[in-house]
Design a binder for this molecule. Structure first.
Ligand SMILES: [Zn+2]
Ligand SMILES: [Zn+2]
Length: 235
């Protein structure tokens, strides 16, 4: 079946995400847009994924547990997991790599962990705008340990991307998919070598994708999406 997706959306937990990006607003907007599958990938944490998954279920939208990690190379990597327990266990391990600097909301933005009624339950204490002190290869191994898959974010963007920061895409990562930034040209070498994921990287409600990017899946399940994104050799 053909399913419309947007697998890179920021909630109000991301410091750069608008305060209007509450769980209900995101799910309702995805519903209005006619999306079938979404992922909320906040910077370096997945602490709004549980509530968004529950709201998605009520509205017939499949929510993939995910986050967008900024590695120590300052490269952004989307990480997707087969279930919430895997995401949560991954995050517990990730905690040991965090730089222990508190967030300054007035400078960097709010970091709100929300409940199902869009009430703030907690301010995430550490600054999520910073890199996590974990390298790309190490991150790849850790995500794999929890059955997940990585997709480099906006590879052709002029900052925080593999091409801008490394100048190349490491073959050791054995990637199938890369995400491209739709407002910049995509090098032909990328198009020739990888399958392409197109997401909104929405930081405000209106930016969430129209139903224009789709994937062909046998069933509408998280596992089917993860398998779709995994490297060719392991399928
Ligand atoms: Zn990013
Ligand atoms: Zn992003």
């Amino acid at each position: 079946m053909k399913l419309f997706y947007d697998l890179h959306i920021h909630s109000c937990l991301s410091p750069c995400g608008s305060d209007e990006m509450t769980p209900n607003n995101i799910v309702n907007m995805a519903y209005l847009k006619g999306l079938n599958i979404i992922s909320v990938t906040d910077h370096n944490t997945g602490k709004n994924c549980d509530v968004i998954s529950r709201l998605g279920k009520k509205n017939g939208i499949l929510v993939i547990p995910g986050m967008e990690i900024q590695t120590k190379e300052e490269v952004h990597i989307l990480c997707y997991f087969p279930h919430l327990d895997a995401l949560n266990a991954f995050e517990v391990e990730l905690d040991q790599y965090r730089i222990q600097i508190p967030n300054r909301p007035e400078k960097f933005g709010n970091q709100w962990i929300m409940d199902e009624d869009d009430i703030k339950v907690e301010d995430y204490p550490l600054a999520l705008i910073l890199s996590v002190n974990i390298g790309l290869d190490q991150l790849n191994v850790l995500v794999e340990k929890y059955g997940g898959v990585i997709v480099p974010a906006h590879v052709n963007k002029s900052s925080n991307s593999m091409l801008s920061n490394l100048g190349f895409i490491p073959e050791t990562l054995d990637l199938k998919y890369v995400e491209v930034f739709m407002s910049a040209p995509v090098p032909k070498s990328i198009l020739d070598s990888y399958d392409i994921l197109k997401n909104s990287d929405a930081h405000s409600l209106g930016q969430i994708s129209e139903p224009e990017n789709s994937m062909e899946l046998k069933e509408k399940t998280i596992n089917a999406v993860i398998d779709f994104l995994k490297r060719r050799g392991t399928l």
